[in-house]
Design a binder for this molecule. Sequence first.
Ligand SMILES: Cc1ncc(COP(=O)(O)O)c(C=O)c1O
Length: 472
Amino acid sequence: MGRVIKVISLKHFFVLSMALNVSLILRAINQDNRAPMAVQKGINAAQMTFLSFPLLSSPTAATPATQPLGQNGRERVINLDHGDPTMYEKYWKQVGDKATIVIPGWQSMSYFSDVKNLCWFLEPEFAKQIVRVHKVVGNALTEGRHIVVGTGSSQLFSAALYALAPQDASNPISVVSAAPYYSCYPLMTDSIKSGLHKWAGDAKVFNKDEPYIELVTSPNNPDGFVRHSMVNRTGGILVHDLAYYWPQYTPISSPADNDLTLFTVSKITGHAGMRIGWALVKDVEVAKRMTKFIELNTIGVSKDSQIRAAKVLEVVSDSCEQAGGSEHVESFFHFSHALMTERWRMLREAVKRGGIFSLPEFSSAHCNFFDNNLGSQPAFAWLKCDGDDVDDCESFLRRHKILTRGGKHFGPRFRAFRWAQFQPVIGAQLMYKPAMPLDMSPPKLYSPTVILMPLPSGTTCLQESRDVKSGS
Ligand SMILES: Cc1ncc(COP(=O)(O)O)c(C=O)c1O
């Protein structure tokens, strides 16, 4: 009798699960008036791409023999590994010519931008727009700071380590960050084996009685939490990486007032391809050494990119100051905040249904920019694997052609993985179903069903490739 009830309830579960799936898909298709991309490309809803992998006998089993193939016959993968912020493209399309610049052939030819400035390759207009956007958003003090521009904040990271490391020490200075930390820090710190600095791991367990540099990333990549220094003593040199301290990701509680803070255009406006970042540096000697590093490294930073970055930041600030007017219907941050809210809503819904992963919970705080109490909605989702069945989440999902970045890249072994919220998947549903209900064994064998919803812009997260490179 109990057996019959079990069969019925499992069957019910299946029917319910199917019904929920179908209704979610239909809802997403019907409601998705922001996702005309598939339609634009002449694909109707019935032809839309659905990747649904058949049930497997166990999470460690080989991938199904029949793989969905792309047009060129190669396997299709869903890449949620990279933090490539293409999702703001729609906003920049709407903005149109307001963000367009024309650079005549004769312009920007010299190496030099402002010979009177300590950072002689910093374009004055870009410097002006940096100061302006920080004032408009209220996320950093710029008074009494030197601005150093870099080819992405990645170059500034290396410049900062070069500038802060004691030049005459017999041993390289230790560089630490609290785990889970941004996976590129260890690689960038040790890439050139400079003899000036060396990666020393998790700041929470660093207890050497020697000088150190601590990287404080807030909100943090990968887990999105607001962070402060974690080394259990004073005297460290702090580098604040505030790539994500913008209103779409986290409440702006106060202007950052640090000795050395890194920002990047990549994460505020989504223009990662410009490769532009900036540092706000209090100490003039540190700013000079950072400038020297960039001079030795690349003899300055692309003027064209700085001019373009200045224009984009100008539009962001204009959109905030003139929101609701005829020129700017809404501010860039209202747009991007709403987008992130929707992505987190859908991801939370999917994760809740699946029951095998969990997401961090963020307490709300007052955001001075929106003048409202708001929660965080980070650029990355840090999903923990709660079930016992999946040990190595990255490999498990990779076998199902979903690329995420596994916990091991972010510090001492985490049973977690990072899911980039930047990519234009409107809804990817992580559903876990019992594999074979008929054998009456407890439903412990799982397979993900990933359903791609229509894509919102001209980009796609479906890659047709076997070689996926690592990146940010
Ligand atoms: C915390 C953090 N800092 C820096 C970077 C690199 O930024 P950029 O594109 O300016 O080199 C990233 C990119 O993902 C990041 O997540």
